[in-house]
Write a protein that binds this ligand. Structure first.
Ligand SMILES: Cc1cc2nc3c(=O)[nH]c(=O)nc-3n(C[C@H](O)[C@H](O)[C@H](O)COP(=O)(O)O)c2cc1C
Ligand code: SF4
Length: 505
């Protein structure tokens, strides 16, 4: 089959493994984690969906390697709970049975332990360990790790990697970016040590090299190790991309895949997780620069979900593969759609942060454009109905369109009526603003999907009782949207008043 996106679809050899394509599922913390630090059934459903959707690698996150000096994040996995390895094996199996490579991220938060605890009060009881003594921006004191503690953490990385392999994972990712512990050692901003772990770059990389050597000796040759780094820290006092390239070059002999992310959670959340105010692929230039300095495959990430853009990144030699986190929440089937030349069917991420906000508040995952997320365990398939019914959907905004698409996928005969001459409802208003363009495009994507699914769309059609009776549906879904509440402002006689939506339109 001639592929629309041949570079994205090409296999890639990493260590002794061959990946089925070049679209990787980046680590995203799950929410159903037991008190023992093991994955619960909803966590399994969460990762399995991405494997089923065709990603080449699914990376489970985030495994705490050294609870003695970390272990204070909420919702973190631990392989060290006696007798609990089986939960990880079931998880790895769930990924592998769909043809994806099961990987797991080994991590230590260092001085930022506890940052994402729901109960902020509890942070006060924790001790934060980092490369150097200091005080965190939130006032928490940080203590410098001793040589004994460093040696213990280095050994713990190896033990965790060995356990991950034993549990059935086929690859590990070592997290050395985003401001966590290994990044703290690499960073001239965080690392003020005066011993052999601090000062010049060859000293700041020492901890990373020891960790990677420990992991390598635990998993053996040929077992793929992916290193996640921030290509540049992108805040004042942090390292720049030139130093990022030197770091990558100095570590590449110990790893098989160089995963280039950006920034630091604490000083640039919207850089690390590019928001809608940034360009798609705004961090790819870091991967491209680092690729010039290493000979192992490089992965780019950050705000990617457009197949054409990702194809171009690989085709132009900026990276060898791409990874997505949110892109695969919005549409877990993105890789299989790309493989099947159905790139137009991809529902793209809005970069709106609902997925992150929900975890902080309710400890669930939710996605603004994918109602399945967080409910994977309850059922991933849209089952065909035993009897096809006639469904009338009133309203062609996003809710009506998703309802119509879902009903059509269930095998129903669907008529969707929209009063205006275009589908999209309120999303039509977003076309005018560059940073909201993705929201407008969401409406366009669903209009295309309805066409593909054979939904009978009737524009410029207002539904009343007589109309509904003529259609004679078995079910009516009313999705007529909402009306804004006008502000009770004094308005001069004869003044022209426009709502913001009218203005955008
Ligand atoms: C819901 C969510 C959870 C995440 N959890 C982790 C994590 O546990 N470990 C990690 O290294 N990165 C984590 N990330 C960061 C992503 O791996 C990725 O680097 C970032 O979201 C940028 O990629 P994207 O634009 O494709 O989402 C998370 C991102 C999201 C959206
Ligand atoms: S909630 Fe928003 S940012 Fe998160 S994956 Fe869905 S669309 Fe993207």
């Amino acid at each position: 089959m001639k592929r629309d996106y041949p570079h994205l679809c090409a296999p890639l050899t990493v260590g002794r493994l061959t990946l089925r394509n070049r679209m990787l599922s980046a680590p995203m913390g799950a929410t159903d984690i037991t008190a023992e630090g093991t994955p619960g059934p909803r966590t399994q459903g969460f990762y399995e969906l991405r494997a089923k959707g065709g990603a080449a690698v699914v990376t489970v996150s985030e495994l705490v390697v050294h609870p003695e000096t970390d272990g204070s994040q909420m919702l973190r996995l631990s392989l060290k709970t006696p007798g609990q390895l089986g939960a990880f094996t079931y998880l790895a199996d769930a990924i592998k049975r769909h043809g994806a490579v099961a990987s797991i991220e080994l991590s230590h938060s260092g001085q930022y332990a506890g940052t994402y605890m729901v109960d902020k009060e509890k942070k006060g009881d924790l001790c934060q360990w980092g490369p150097s003594d200091g005080v965190r921006p939130d006032g928490m004191p940080v203590r410098a790790l001793s040589h004994e503690q460093i040696a213990s953490i280095v050994a713990a990385y190896g033990e965790a990697a060995a356990l991950a392999k034993r549990a059935g994972f086929q690859m590990v990712m070592v997290h050395a970016g985003h401001g966590w512990l290994i990044n703290q050692f690499l960073s001239p901003y965080f690392n003020k040590r005066e011993d052999e772990y601090g000062g010049p770059l060859e000293n700041r990389i020492r901890f990373a090299r020891e960790v990677l050597a420990s992991v390598r000796s635990a998993v053996g040759p040929g077992f793929p190790i992916e290193l996640r780094i921030s290509g540049a820290e992108l805040f004042e006092g942090g390292y720049d991309v030139a130093e990022g390239a030197r770091i990558a070059h100095a570590l590449e002999d110990l790893v098989d895949l160089m995963h280039v992310s950006a920034g630091s959670y604490q000083f640039g959340f919207s850089v690390t997780h590019p928001s809608m105010f940034r360009d798609h692929g705004c961090n790819v230039h870091l991967a491209a620069e680092i690729k010039r300095h290493v000979s192992i495959p490089v992965v780019a990430i950050g705000g990617l979900s457009d197949p054409a853009q990702m194809e171009e990144i690989i085709a132009s030699g900026q990276a060898d593969a791409v990874a997505m986190a949110r892109g695969l929440l919005a549409d877990p089937e993105l890789p299989s759609k790309v493989m099947a030349n159905r790139g137009d069917d991809v529902v793209k991420c809005l970069r709106c942060y609902v997925c992150m906000a929900e975890r902080a508040v309710t400890q669930t995952r939710r996605c603004a454009v994918n109602p399945l997320i967080g409910r994977e365990f309850e059922g991933m398939d849209i089952a065909r109905s035993p009897r096809s019914r006639k469904v009338l959907v009133v309203g062609g905004g996003i809710a009506g369109m998703v309802a119509a698409a879902t009903a059509a996928r269930r095998g129903h005969d669907v008529v969707l009526c929209e009063r205006e001459g275009e589908l999209g409802g309120i999303l039509r208003t977003e076309a005018a603003l560059p940073f909201k363009r993705d929201m407008y495009e969401l409406g366009r994507t669903y209009a295309h999907l309805l066409d593909r699914l054979g939904v009978d769309v009737r524009l410029n059609t207002e539904v009343d009782a007589a109309f509904a009776e003529r259609i004679a549906p078995d079910a009516v879904i009313v999705a007529v949207g909402s009306a804004p509440i006008p502000m009770p402002l004094p308005v001069e006689e004869g003044a022209r008043v426009l709502s913001i939506d009218d203005l955008y339109l």
